[in-house]
Design a protein around this ligand. Structure first.
Ligand SMILES: [Zn+2]
Length: 412
């Protein structure tokens, strides 16, 4: 069984950025594959194509001053020069002032925001990441996702917040962006292992293993990857009624690409899947354990009962989670995501501070214990207790999350 020292070693061995479709992704994939085989799991790899680019150059100037920046992968090449506009919010008035300007925005570049900016005549965009309270000046390498651009591209760069603030403070007037990039298609990968059961019904456990460019991805999500490994190990020898399939998903950080590819390529297999259990970040030193269920409400109660039974506090709710459980739910498979959520100042994701230092190997093992307990109950139930049905309320949230519908205006 995975011991505390095994968890520590895996975290240490994989503590480097491993973004989708990079050589480091392959290195991490081979490492996980070797760990699987060492504990007796047979694996297979499934590739799926994603859009990437070589950035040859990226320049941003505001009123003649050059600022360090990184071009958005997938936003195209060229040069644009225009008045600068700081978009503070996405109300109709603020958006209407984007016309013929380069827009600096602190809004996350979601599909609706991007499309609204375009519709209102924005000519280019600047986003920023990082934290004013942290000493680094890292700039995250962002991607203009095809699901965001819908093929409509304007030039965009990302900068550090420590540059964004002075630009706004000095009331920057004129901006220019110049980008040269070469687009290409490359393969990202899912790693899959199976433990067949006594009947042809399956529980699929997922965890993404890719990281974002600045992050070692230890907490997000090597912890979850170790989590499903630990669950798999427990069921290699233990008999179980339902089959267990384990998927280490690639490309989650670019928009759940691995789980979406799996669900699209295995529609027929999904008919036999009664439940998806997804792990995205467990074992943080600080923080509470949560479950977000895209399934009938009774599953939330069941989790609460199981928590009481096993003496493992859990905050369970129903909803849609921004992780690999969502493509499964969207195909009608009851799904849930488990996570241990660190408070923002004691945890870190998508930046250089996500390292083994914020993870407790002991907590990872404790979390695996609970997850395996829950998985065993579901795998060995005489009849799977979770109805194979996604409630309308959840379907509505899926429509919003997957950009098929706009979110209603938040109520005051
Ligand atoms: Zn994650």
């Amino acid at each position: 069984m995975l011991k505390i020292n095994d968890v520590k070693r895996i975290l240490k061995d994989t503590a480097y950025p491993h973004t989708a479709a990079s050589p480091e992704e392959m290195k991490c994939l081979s490492y996980l594959q070797a760990v699987c085989e060492r504990i007796g799991l047979t694996t297979r790899v499934e590739a799926f194509p994603i859009e990437r680019a070589n950035i040859r150059c990226a320049h941003l100037t505001v009123d003649g001053t050059a600022y360090p920046c990184k071009a958005y992968i997938g936003c195209g090449s060229g040069k644009v020069e225009a008045p600068l506009y700081y978009l503070r919010d996405t109300d109709a008035l603020s958006l209407s002032l984007c016309r013929d300007r380069i827009v600096l925005t602190d809004q996350p570049l979601k599909m609706w925001t991007y499309q609204d900016m375009l519709e209102n005549g924005a000519l280019g965009f600047i986003t920023f990441t990082g934290r004013y309270s942290c000493p680094d000046r890292d700039i995250d390498q962002k991607t203009l996702r095809p699901a965001t651009s819908l093929g409509k591209k304007i030039l965009g760069v990302n900068i550090n917040v420590k540059d964004a603030m002075p630009i706004v403070a000095r009331n920057g007037q004129q901006a220019s962006i110049e980008i040269d990039q070469e687009a290409y298609e490359a393969d990202a990968h899912n790693l899959i292992a199976e433990l067949p059961g006594e009947i042809d019904e399956w529980i699929v456990l997922t965890a993404h293993y890719d990281s974002t460019p600045l992050s070692c991805g230890s907490y997000d999500n090597m912890t979850g990857s170790i989590g499903i490994l630990g669950v798999a190990e427990r069921f290699i020898k233990a008999p179980h009624r339902r089959g267990l399939r384990f998927i280490w998903c690639g490309g989650e950080e670019l928009g759940l690409l691995g789980s979406k590819a799996y669900c699209a390529d295995h529609e027929k297999d999904l008919e036999k899947v009664v439940l998806n259990i997804n792990l995205d970040m467990i074992g943080s030193i600080m923080g509470k354990f949560i479950a977000c269920c895209s399934a009938e409400e009774r599953l939330v109660s069941f989790l609460e009962y199981t928590a009481d039974e096993l003496g493992f506090p859990i905050a369970a709710r129903s909803g849609v989670y921004s992780s690999d459980s969502t493509p499964f739910a969207d195909k009608g498979v009851p799904s849930l995501s488990f996570a241990r959520l660190a408070p923002p100042t004691a945890g870190s994701i998508h930046e250089r501070y996500d390292t083994p230092a914020i993870v407790s190997a002991q907590q990872v093992v404790t979390d695996i214990e609970f997850i395996a307990g829950f998985t065993g109950r579901m795998a060995n139930a005489v009849r799977c207790p979770v109805k194979r049905e996604i409630p309308d309320k959840i379907k509505d949230k899926l429509d919003i999350y997957l950009n098929r519908k706009r979110a209603p205006k938040p109520q005051e």
